[in-house]
Design a protein. Sequence first.
Length: 241
Amino acid sequence: MPTTVDPTAFLQLHTDDASDPSCRIKINHGTTTLAFIFQGGIVVAVASRASAGSSIFSTTVKKVIEINPYLLGTLAGGAADCQYWETYLGIQCRLHELRNHQRISVAAASKYLANLVYSYKGMGLSMGTMICGWDKAGPALFYVDSDGSRLKGDLFSVGSGSTFAYGVLDQGYHYNLSDEDAIDLGRRSMYDAGHRDAFSGNTINLYIVKEDGWKFIENVDINECHYNRGMAAQHTKARAQ
């Protein structure tokens, strides 16, 4: 347990840089995560860099929580908050399965998480997560944040690099993508975010969710993507000449 009498008041006193720019602790977040639904399932792509302000704390963070064999959750915001509550969600999903003899739906899992974090609204949680999975109704994707907001959609990108990711996604996304093209779109979107956003980068973790569950595709270095893109551009230019 925290050593302070009132952890919420402590956080507001020391971390509220909106009302006090000279506050002792500035909680700055940065990352990029994305997911989208296409005809073959759901592609999930995340960066592996963890930062706090201008400092890079880790380059190998796993920002996908494997809730169960059919459900994935992503991490954006406070790593500890996302890790703890999505792991707890996994426990509740398993209990639901044992009690009801069937898997929990994606909608129910996301609603459970939204209700859970809403009860802590205003207490300093920082979460922007996507719950992705496949149930009886097919693929489903929900965005849940620490205010208890819950949105259903076909495409989301969360984090400081999402502006750059959306630039590629909006241009290349359509529902009828093949598996290979969808994975490539996720990879290219994360590359652009990692290349241009200082708080995202290092490596990309790619997953695909299908009717028989999720599957890890690859972990690829963004520098390798940059090199491959440069080589491809040179070959295209050479052929044009």
